[in-house]
Design a protein. Structure first.
Length: 250
């Protein structure tokens, strides 16, 4: 769907320490994602390889299949783009206050939409994964609320526009972004944003990310293959091509 600001100049993804239970940590090991770490953009395909290089855990019969199965493929998903039966699904765990998430949204995602989503190869499913506190969570709920009126993509673009995150995500700013995104009923938007369904949707996405060991944003799964950080477009092209070939072979 520019130079990239970041909370850390040495990392291509933004991170925040997470306190997770022993059960969640075990699940992360089981799925083979303990090495899913932030990497520099210039690391390219090598970073994708290292992100998937955690030792296999004997307690999981097929960790890759478990990760691949996280694709929801719900036809009515308001926070997804592309056909529900696309051979390749990219799941994106992201935060609206994350500079490198914005870089991906501006520099890479539009090309993926044009090149792969439009021809039916790729489906992109967004997961709200706020890690920078109350503003991040508010923006996540606002994006969900915009999606209920079929304006998620437009809100996503507005919130990730160059310089947008520097303006913050207070209540008035979120309404301004909704207006910019063309959300038709702003009163409903405000109600939806503060409602239990928005909180439940956010909790579902967060739980999924924690369970598989996501600790930084942006993080991605392409048919179960982890990619950490706003990698160059070539890394996504290679992963999508590989996933498409594997799907065709099956």
């Amino acid at each position: 769907m520019s130079p990239s600001p970041s909370s850390s100049p040495s990392s291509s993804s933004s991170r925040k320490p997470l306190l997770i239970s022993a059960g969640v940590a075990l699940a992360a090991v089981t799925l083979g994602l303990v090495s899913w770490q932030a990497t520099k953009p210039e690391d390219g395909a090598a970073a994708r390889s290292s992100a998937a290089s955690a030792p296999e855990a004997g307690t999981a019969k097929d960790p890759a299949a478990q990760l691949k199965a996280l694709a929801r493929r719900e036809p009515g998903d308001k926070l997804a783009a592309g056909r529900a039966d696309a051979p390749v699904v990219l799941i994106e765990y992201s935060d609206f206050k994350c500079g490198y998430c914005g870089k991906f949204a501006r520099d890479t995602e539009p090309a993926l939409m044009k090149k792969y989503v439009q021809d039916g190869t790729l489906r992109i499913e967004w997961r709200n994964f706020p890690i920078f506190g109350a503003d991040s969570e508010a923006a996540a709920k606002a994006a969900w609320a915009a999606g209920q009126q079929d304006r998620f993509a437009q809100f996503h673009a507005a919130a990730y526009a160059e310089g947008a995150k520097e303006k913050g995500f207070g209540a008035e700013r979120l309404t301004e972004l909704a207006r910019e995104a063309g959300v038709p009923d702003l009163e409903r938007f405000t109600t939806d944003m503060a409602g239990e369904r928005a909180a439940a949707a956010l909790a579902k996405d967060q739980e999924e990310g924690y369970r598989i060991g996501v600790t930084s944003t942006p993080s991605f799964l392409i048919n179960g293959q982890p990619i950490a950080g706003a990698q160059p477009p070539a890394a996504f092209d290679a992963a999508i091509a590989e996933a498409k070939a594997q799907a065709a072979a099956k």
